[in-house]
Design a protein around this ligand. Sequence first.
Ligand code: MSP
Length: 501
Amino acid sequence: MSDRAYYVTTPIYYINSVPHIGHAYTSIAADVLARYARTRGQAFLLTGTDEHGQKVANAAAEAGVSPQAWTDRMAATWQSLCRRYEISYDDFIRTTEERHQSVCVEVFERLKVSGDIYVGKYEGWYCTYDETFWLESKLVDGRCPECRRDVQWLSEDNWFFALSRYRDRLLEHYRTHPDFVRPQRAYNEMLATLEGGLDDLCISRTNLDWGVPLPGGGVMYVWLDALLNYITAIGWSRDEERFRRYWPADVHLIGKEIARFHTIIWPAVLWALGLPEPKSIFAHGWLTIEGEKISKSRGNVFDPFATADFFGADTVRYFLLREAPFGADFSWSDEKVRQRRNSDLGNDLGNLLRRSLTMLQRYRDGIVPPVAGASFGERFGDLGERTAGRIVELDFRGALAEIWELVSALNRAIDEQKPWRLYEQGAQHELDALLYTLCEGLRWLGHLLAPFIPAKAAEIHQQLGVGDELGRNWNEALRWGDLTAGQQTRGGEPLFPRLLD
Ligand code: MSP
């Protein structure tokens, strides 16, 4: 067996403020991939916080505390958001950590030696909020084209990364790797950006001191500092064996507004360091309210902790992954979350579990009957593979739709075969076959849903009396007929109690 691990990352989050649901979204998607990948071998999920830069320094100043005290407090909040939404990260990196800062300095030194960075004069428009330089031609009414805030004129002697040198190689890479950037829309946009030409990138700041100090003065540009987190955490230049097990990353998950950094600048930096580019980058859409991106600056954020308390983390995870294709924007509404909760999760899945186990209790003392009838096994034999295929394609909605075919088919089997009638008629064989099918189908659902709604998937298995099953190899677990006859089920509380208006 290869010791290569599936490596998936989230962006590291700015901690100038508390998290909102849009932040949880990227991490939940990454968590699904990691949880699935762990059932096939090794996986590593990295998340963390982007703690340098002007925005964070400003937030600390406003709160009247030191930047370090501010980031310590905020990083703890972001970690508890991960726990609240069951993000099973393997490492949580903070860019203020020594392990990261020393990597940044080493990268800087190596780029100096390789001749990929040089000193030049920087004059240009800077948006503090987005930590981005803009060409005069890109400004909209003299303001930042991204957030529409005022920009500042900066003029400094700075270090530049010779990004323009890598344009042809990037174009070639895009041409030969059509899956490098997904979805297609993001690929097209980034290709157009490349075709339009590349400027070298200013990678140091002298007007700011909350950043990684560079030898000779100034601090590293926060975006270069941030991107490097992806190699710091897996031991670049510290533990080559470990690094080779994870790099290149299988997928960087990001929101679409930060695609340029990840799909153009980042591969070029890696090449300059003599490293391979990530295998793929997926730029997802935004969560909106009334057409507006949910964001602190637009003032339409709400507390993701309270949302999890109210709906339950699994319900929110399910909604976010089921509601829209992963690449597209979609809107949040409490009403839509409630509908998904009550219909898909409550009526379809929760009732299936409750009905099945209640009938099993009534007719067979809660004991799984001997195997009989393999029709579901034949019909859904490749469901595991199909679902897995959708997950690795990041088609979470499609994966859940596949899984719901099994949920619906099991519910239909109850409605059509009417176990209470089979019982009255003394059709023991048919009743056994049906009850077994329901239990085995539910065992499957526990496995299939574990990446998406981990706590409830575990609860399904608990109620079935197979609580030690989760974590089994995906293919082995999804063999129809694996559930042992004679298994004592337990039953329990409703999985998704109905939420009232
Ligand atoms: N710190 C940078 C990333 C550096 S990665 C080397 C950053 N941070 S962020 O906190 O502003 O955004 C982090 C992630 O949250 C991005 O992927 C962004 O798209 C995502 N989201 C923030 N608001 C969002 C929505 N309303 N909807 C969906 N995702 C959103 O950028």
